[in-house]
Design a binder for this molecule. Structure first.
Ligand code: G3H
Ligand code: 13P
Ligand code: ZN
Length: 330
């Protein structure tokens, strides 16, 4: 048993309260390996931003929970060494069962998501409540979810999104005791967030997605004033990375994300956690492809992972400063 407090981590409570008051959102960046973690910490230290390090079930399977826990501990020490002590949360992304959440809490996670969004309403309440009871006894915070995002949620694939019903949120939060709520207002996971048929195209043929349902968000805020809201599926799928991947032999089709100005608008509201994974994957892949194409003689992984890490850092800094507004709030 390891408490997150021994690892120098914090839960989301203070972070979210400050973010709602201050009109910004905390970045929740997924990581699976050392280079991603280095880029996240370097970017958040340089921008003086709090950060949520997210680990999915896939990341746990890929990297091992013991290693991940110690990487999170190391991340805090690394930040201090870089000259800024930033608040760091280690969060389970899309926890799929009570047992998974418990295992993470027992292994030093300071926050967990129990994703019961695909379950019938009463079952979602029951499982979320069970996780909250275990977590709160250990001062760990819990994110629940109401509404279903289109796309892939770890192993769960939904064809269409079901927007969160504002009339359910108060009952859900009161009966589960969750600390934050992920909602569905039109975001979705991955690099193909919308079908081309749902979009329009600009003069260059770039897909322009339908706007997020800010009307639903506003209604939810009215129902739950001051309550922390979470947006999943919030990569903006930058075209410069998509184009670089295509230029250097990759195959992506009809990629489209959430425009930055919509995320900026959401970050100013009760949305205080914005989840970003796919953009990191795109940036890393783009630079690795470019480097290997331009320097075919290289076979030292540091020679292509290093430049990828630098690009990732640049991207995260941009998000903290210009999109989420979390810079200077550590
Ligand atoms: O929400 C999903 C995250 O992007 C995690 O993806 O399960 O492939 O690690 P993953
Ligand atoms: P993206 O696929 O848009 O990066 O979303 C990530 C996410 O929601 C992780 O939980
Ligand atoms: Zn997600």
């Amino acid at each position: 048993m390891t408490s997150y407090k021994e690892l120098g981590l914090v839960n989301t409570k203070d972070m979210f309260a400050k973010a709602i008051k201050g009109g910004y959102a905390i970045p929740a960046y997924n990581f699976n390996n050392m280079e991603q973690l280095q880029a996240i910490i370097q970017a958040c230290v340089e921008t003086k931003s709090p950060v949520i390090l997210q680990v999915s079930k896939g990341a746990r399977d890929y990297a091992n929970i013991n290693l991940l826990r110690n990487m999170a501990r190391g991340a805090g020490e690394y930040a201090k060494e870089l000259g800024c002590e930033i608040p760091i949360v280690l969060h389970l992304d899309h926890g799929d069962s009570f047992e998974t959440c418990k295992e993470c809490i027992d292994n030093g996670f300071s926050s967990v998501m129990i994703d019961g969004s695909h379950l019938p309403y009463e079952e979602n309440i029951a499982i979320t409540k069970k996780v909250v009871e275990y977590a709160h006894e250990r001062d760990v915070t819990v994110e629940g979810e109401l509404g279903v995002l289109a796309g892939i949620e770890d192993d769960v694939v939904a064809e269409v999104s079901h927007y969160t019903k504002p009339e359910e949120v108060v009952d859900f939060v009161n009966r589960t005791g969750c600390d934050s709520l992920a909602i569905s207002i039109g975001t979705s996971h991955g690099a193909n967030k919308f079908e081309p048929s749902q979009c329009t195209r600009n003069e260059e043929g770039v897909l322009i997605p339908p706007p997020l349902r800010f009307d639903i968000l506003e209604e939810i805020e009215k129902q739950l004033p001051g309550f922390p809201i979470v947006l999943h599926g919030s990569s903006s799928v930058p075209m410069q990375y998509v184009n670089m991947i295509l230029q250097y032999g990759g195959k992506l089709k009809d990629s489209v994300g959430i425009p930055e100005e919509q995320l900026r608008k959401a970050a100013k509201s009760a949305v205080c956690k914005i989840n970003i994974d796919s953009d990191g994957r795109l940036a890393m892949t783009a630079v690795i492809r470019k480097t290997l194409a331009e320097k075919p003689e290289e076979f030292d992984p540091r020679k292509y992972l290093g430049p990828a890490r630098d690009e990732l850092k640049k991207m995260y800094m941009h998000k903290n400063i210009n999109v989420l507004g979390s810079a200077n709030h550590a």
